[in-house]
Design a protein around this ligand. Structure first.
Ligand code: VG1
Ligand code: CO
Length: 542
């Protein structure tokens, strides 16, 4: 086997967004597109120690991994750790980097975006702490990619990824591991598996887990069935498919219709759960009830003492800025520091490494802790199961108790997809210019008390991130946030986050949409959304 230098023309658009480089699959399939970006990664971060590689199993995953193996070896990597069949959930990859003391990971996923030749693909790099590379590093990848005129690879046949064990390829060790084993061991250290097993085998409690034909099927089987004794039929869509069964692997009730239908049926399951394409997001459902992800973070924080892995060791919490302030109220009551970061898990890494926080999360169905450096869907679901078992209450009772104690932050996100990029940018620019004028203005019975642009300074390393979103605060405890998505692959997506706090007992269980309705009207008017985009209604409400 010999090293080959392949000449290439650099691409000008390999700028990573909120979570790595994400593009339409066809875009990734252009000649040398993937290879150019991977070479740029190695240029900035030459392989040191082992490299963990895996992905969510979507279309193009298998080919991409073969290319990465060849480039890694040609660039001097001596040890690759790869999930069997190229599968690794994002949280499992983060854990492997840490537990195997690897130099980093390359993770292939477009997360919750649909897959297939007409879907999306993505790639990201995580450093030796297991966390997604920070903006300084991803910016360096982008700069390197624009200047590349060749990449290094090796020739030789494709590597068999289906058999566990190690083999030598081009002088390097390629180790194929069971993607779920180490991760399941970690979960066993954090949660009270005996208590959860008691719940799942009581015959009185039924769980249904929807893996959405994505990466977490094998994790669900190993943990819920093999280790916790749940019956095999507690798994839905547990076989990973390259096209996710033509479905959208974003864990929302709308994308999990069968799960929702089964929960609503007479004698159906008591607890429903799902995770996204790469296994880092979570959804928890009960019959007729959806746990809002911002509430999920607040409730996990409020109940952390019930979980062995967190008892007596909560140092602080963090949430991304658009995430509701429900966790802030809990942190205050528990006397814990609470940090507000920009959107994207990469901003939690420094706080986690410094021990400043133990739990953190995002409104986009992400929650996690210092056990790894990614958000973690299966972890969040197990956390909830541990709470249900420890408290002897249903999901709904736990949430409603929480609202009675802390008040409720009802929240809804409006997504305006597929906007022309220029119009979306102009809307944000106009809104930013009008911040001074908006302060003190009233829309219906809502008055804007504060208005600003969120700029962030990392309290640990001083890194700055400017223009992370516009925030409006109302006199009645409401908040509206506007920002543009950094994960989309066509046009621009405007996200508008509405949040209304209430402690009024009679309204605590009202539909979130009703509670935020006055804010929705304000949000649309204050930013002149219809005038500037031509859209009177969002493409989706989450
Ligand atoms: C979205 C979410 C953000 C999340 C990111 C990656 O980003 O809002 O909270 O961290 O996706 O999630 P954006 O820029 O489109 O709003 V995933 O599940 O791709 O790892
Ligand atoms: Co994801």
């Amino acid at each position: 086997m010999s090293i080959v230098t392949v000449p290439c023309t650099p691409y000008a658009d390999q700028k990573p967004g909120t979570s790595g480089l994400r593009k339409q699959t066809r875009h990734f399939q252009q000649p040398n597109y993937l290879e150019t970006f991977v070479q740029a990664i190695f240029q900035v971060k030459p392989p040191e120690g082992a490299l963990v590689v895996g992905g969510d199993g979507r279309f193009f995953n298998a080919e991409a991994i073969q290319s990465i193996i060849r480039l890694a070896i040609a660039n001097g990597c001596k040890h690759l750790i790869i999930g069997r069949d190229g599968l690794l959930s994002t949280p499992a990859a983060s854990h492997l980097v840490r537990s195997r003391k690897a130099g980093g990971a390359i993770i292939l996923s477009a997360s919750h975006n649909p897959a297939g030749p007409d879907g999306d693909f993505g790639i990201k790099f995580n450093g030796p702490n297991g966390a997604p590379a920070g903006e300084d590093v991803t910016e360096a990848f982008f700069e390197a990619s624009k200047a590349l005129t060749s990449y290094q690879t090796i020739d030789g046949p494709p590597c068999d990824l289906s058999a566990l064990g190690s083999r030598t390829v081009g002088g390097a060790t390629v180790e194929i591991i069971d993607p779920a084993a180490d991760y399941a061991d970690l979960m066993e250290q954090l949660f009270d598996f005996d208590q959860i097993r008691g719940l799942l085998s009581s015959g009185r409690f039924h769980l249904l887990f929807d893996a959405m034909s994505a990466v977490t099927g094998p994790y669900g089987r190993e943990i819920l069935v093999n280790r916790l004794g749940a019956p095999e039929d507690c798994l839905l869509r547990a076989q990973p498919l390259t096209d996710f069964g033509h479905a959208h692997p974003d864990p929302t009730p709308a994308n999990a219709k069968e799960l929702v239908r089964r929960l609503a049926a007479q004698g159906g399951p008591d607890f429903g759960a799902a995770s996204d394409g790469d296994g880092d997001r979570h959804m928890v459902l009960a019959p007729g009830f959806h746990v809002n992800p911002s509430d999920s973070l607040a409730i996990l924080t409020a109940n952390a003492e019930l979980v062995p892995g967190y008892r007596g060791r909560m140092s602080g919490v963090a949430r991304s800025m658009p995430t509701s302030r429900a966790v802030d109220v809990v942190a205050k009551a528990l006397n814990l520091p609470c940090y507000e970061t920009p959107t994207g898990w990469k901003f939690f890494g420094s706080l986690l490494d410094a021990g400043a926080i133990t739990l953190c999360g995002e409104e986009s169905a992400g929650a996690g802790s210092d056990h790894i450096r990614e958000k973690d869907g299966v972890w969040a679901i197990l956390f909830w199961l541990n709470l249900v078992a420890a408290r002897g209450q249903s999901v709904r009772e736990i949430v409603e108790d929480h609202w009675r104690r802390f008040g409720r932050h009802a929240c809804v996100r409006l997504d305006y997809d597929g906007l022309p990029a220029a119009a979306a940018q102009e809307l944000m620019a106009a809104l930013t210019r009008s911040l001074g004028d908006l302060k003190g203005q009233s829309f219906g019975d809502q008055t804007i008390e504060g208005a600003d642009m969120f700029d962030y300074v990392d309290p640990i390393n001083g890194a700055t991130a400017k223009d992370q979103g516009v925030r409006l605060f109302t006199a009645s405890g409401g908040r509206v946030v506007y920002r543009l998505s950094g994960t989309g692959t066509s046009g621009a997506t405007l996200r508008v986050y509405l949040e209304q706090y209430t402690q009024e007992a009679a309204r605590l269980s009202d539909p979130a949409a009703d509670l935020v309705a006055p804010l929705e009207a304000l949000a649309k008017e204050a930013a002149m959304i219809e005038k500037l985009t031509g859209r009177s209604e969002p493409s989706a409400r989450v």
